[in-house]
Design a protein around this ligand. Sequence first.
Ligand SMILES: C[S@@+](CC[C@H](N)C(=O)[O-])C[C@H]1O[C@@H](n2cnc3c(N)ncnc32)[C@H](O)[C@@H]1O
Length: 218
Amino acid sequence: MIENMKKHYKSVFENEQELLRALIDIYLSGKKIQLDPMYFKGNFYKDGIEKPDYCYDIQTSLCGDMNSPKVADARNLEWFNDEKFNSIILDPPFLFGIHGKTKDYYSSQTHTIFNNFAELEELYRDILKEAYRLLRKSGVLIFKCQDYTDSKTTMTHTLVYNWATELGFYAKDIAILLRPNKIYNPNTVQRHLRKIHTYFWVFVKSRRKYDRKHEAIA
Ligand SMILES: C[S@@+](CC[C@H](N)C(=O)[O-])C[C@H]1O[C@@H](n2cnc3c(N)ncnc32)[C@H](O)[C@@H]1O
């Protein structure tokens, strides 16, 4: 009896593929994610995590051969009919505020950093809206995000929750990925906790809208 019992997944992971495998097992009945419109180099897809049939990225430099994504803007995938997909994953850039040294490492031209928070909000809201349009009822959106501390802290994952539930997504679950070895500068004075975790929201398309207490309001 005990031998037949399936191991239960915990909500915190140290390996991204193990995390994705758990979400795919529980929420997608083991079927692969169907659409990834912010593919970058496709780092999600290894160790048994199957590549989606539809992969896109806005950076033309990433696109080219048969195995790479095609060029598209995740805010507008207009050639797909409404409610085409059962599952989508979104992994947008999370850094914002180009100044000082940040400029040396990132460029707004590569679509990996926003100039300011307003740009992040606009993109996040737009990609959530497009994902909502593209998902069937009860379809699943996995949304990777992380909080960001620069001169001040932005709890991005709570904002993503608000923006998604306002649209009609139900926040069904959240998984946390730990990256204990993240690089940092030991010579700086520590003014806040060094964030070593990212979030994977599991949103389900619902026809109802939710308020912040998780109660259906429409
Ligand atoms: C954090 S990376 C994704 C990393 C990817 N999940 C991986 O593991 O390799 C974010 C990607 O979103 C892309 N991106 C930014 N804005 C976009 C948009 N409007 N439409 C499509 N892709 C976009 C960037 O070019 C970048 O490659």
